[in-house]
Ligand binder design. Structure first.
Ligand SMILES: [Fe+2]
Ligand SMILES: [Fe+2]
Length: 180
């Protein structure tokens, strides 16, 4: 049985919303980059394809893969140690491996092969985020032995810079009223 951890429902809800918002932003950006590459390939526009490919690969290397690696720390670690979360986390770690493999494929690909790899990254990531949003994080919030707010604390890769700031401030004790 898990040892209950002290946690606050408002902090948990705020952390859940922050990661979901960050996920939605990532998905929007990924969609736009995949669409740009696909259109360039379809139009047989080599210069546009080169640029779109470069931007997408760079985004995957600086946003997507670091996001997945950051999750594999406290977020997946805590849930993966819980008997009810073990199988879900194992499946989600396997999806990270698939995403990393697709990014490798994209990096080396050109033309239709690049568009296919980019489309696959978009589809797999969409499915994966949905599991994080609807299965993994609600499981953490509902588990007495786990805290989502604690799991994402300090990880801008998971909540984005703006939300990180908001979460850190909400965790600080309320300011004492000034005398007089
Ligand atoms: Fe993930
Ligand atoms: Fe994620």
């Amino acid at each position: 049985m898990q040892t209950p951890v002290p946690k606050n429902a408002e902090d948990e809800a705020r952390a859940l919303a922050a990661v979901q918002t960050h996920h939605a932003g990532m998905l929007k950006r990924l969609d736009a980059l995949v669409t740009a590459l696909t259109h360039a390939v379809r139009a047989d526009d080599a210069a546009a394809e080169h640029d779109a490919h470069e931007v997408l690969v760079e985004w995957c290397e600086t946003e997507l893969v670091p996001h997945a690696l950051a999750e594999e720390g406290p977020l997946y670690g805590g849930a993966g140690d819980a008997p009810e979360g073990r199988l879900l986390v194992a499946g989600m770690l396997a999806e990270h491996q698939v995403i990393v493999g697709l990014v490798e494929r994209l990096r080396a690909a050109q033309g239709v092969d690049a568009a296919v790899a980019a489309g696959a990254i978009g589809e797999v990531f969409t499915l994966h985020l949905d599991k994080e949003n609807r299965l993994l994080m609600p499981f953490i919030v509902a588990s007495p032995g786990l805290s989502l707010a604690e799991s994402v604390a300090g990880l801008h890769e998971l909540v984005g810079e703006a939300h990180l700031h908001a979460i850190q401030h909400s965790a600080e004790p309320p300011a004492r009223p000034v005398d007089g």
